[in-house]
Design a protein around this ligand. Structure first.
Ligand SMILES: [Cu+2]
Length: 274
């Protein structure tokens, strides 16, 4: 009996709160949508309004840009990383020589170049993908060595070694820098809140570094051994495409224009030692 009374009281209250919620929800679309952007035949935006960003619509991404990042000349031989001063790292690599990853060139093609759209996508607002990016500390090296990630996307920093590493983010712009010691077998999560090219360092093992390039959109790629990159799903437009590599002081840039449904396969970059 008591229960019934309580229920009788609760139900109307719940119904009321539902109505209120619906009322609030309905009123939300009334103010100008943040997407906007015009082009629908409506009234032009007031002149004083800041340039509104359009919510990214994957259907707009009909074009593809691709190319190769090459090295001109003969690259220096890769150096060997000396892990002999650290018993744990020497042991997990079983004495095998580990080569440094500063510059990896195979048949004239550069690995680990970060190619991205530096300019031209400012009018779009992108959501971070739900899929996280993983960096692993394994055998006292970072895998992968160069990582691209979107602002707001989750990074899983994994330590698959059986001992401690120090996950030191070297950054100027991130709101939540971090520098923890991480036990073996653990995975920590981080989110980056500003576009910036950052560095990961392990202060225990001085040779351990990786690059984390944080950008606002998904149009970036890291070259493999063949030096190739592909940026699919770009909206038609004019862009500055940049190839960045940690070994070279200056990045290479190219101005391009792509049309609807165009595939542009000759966005090639070449680096050389100065
Ligand atoms: Cu380490």
């Amino acid at each position: 009996m008591k229960n019934r009374i309580v229920r009788g009281l609760l139900l109307p209250a719940f119904g009321l709160s539902l109505l209120v919620t619906l009322g609030c929800g309905k009123s939300e679309p009334t103010p100008a949508p943040s997407g906007g952007g015009g082009g629908y035949g409506g009234a032009p935006a007031p002149a004083a309004a800041p340039a509104a960003k359009k919510k990214w619509d994957p259907a707009a991404g009909t074009a593809t840009v691709s190319g190769v990042v090459s090295f001109k000349g003969t690259p220096a031989a890769r150096g060997k990383i000396d892990m002999s001063g650290n018993a744990e790292c020497a042991e997990c690599n079983k004495g095998a020589a580990v080569l440094d990853e500063d510059l990896i060139v195979t048949d004239g093609k550069i690995k680990n170049a970060f190619v991205w759209v530096k300019k031209g996508l400012e009018g779009w607002e992108f959501e971070a993908p739900a899929t996280p990016v993983t960096v692993d500390q394994h055998n006292c090296m970072y895998t992968p060595h160069v990582i691209g990630i979107q602002v707001g996307q989750k990074l899983l920093a994994k330590n698959s070694d059986g001992f401690k590493h120090n996950v030191n983010l070297v950054s100027q712009k991130q709101g939540k820098p971090f520098n923890p010691m991480q036990d073996g077998g653990k995975t920590d999560e981080y989110v980056f809140d500003a576009p910036e090219f950052c560095t990961f360092k392990c202060n225990i093992h001085s040779w351990m570094t990786s690059r984390i390039n944080v950008v606002e959109h998904p149009f970036f790629g890291v070259t493999g051994d063949d030096g190739k990159f592909t940026l699919p799903g770009l909206p038609p437009g004019k862009y500055t495409v940049e190839a960045w590599h940690e070994h070279f002081k200056a990045a290479k840039r190219m101005e391009i224009e792509i049309k609807d449904k165009e595939t542009k396969g000759d966005v090639n970059f070449e680096f050389e030692e100065k």
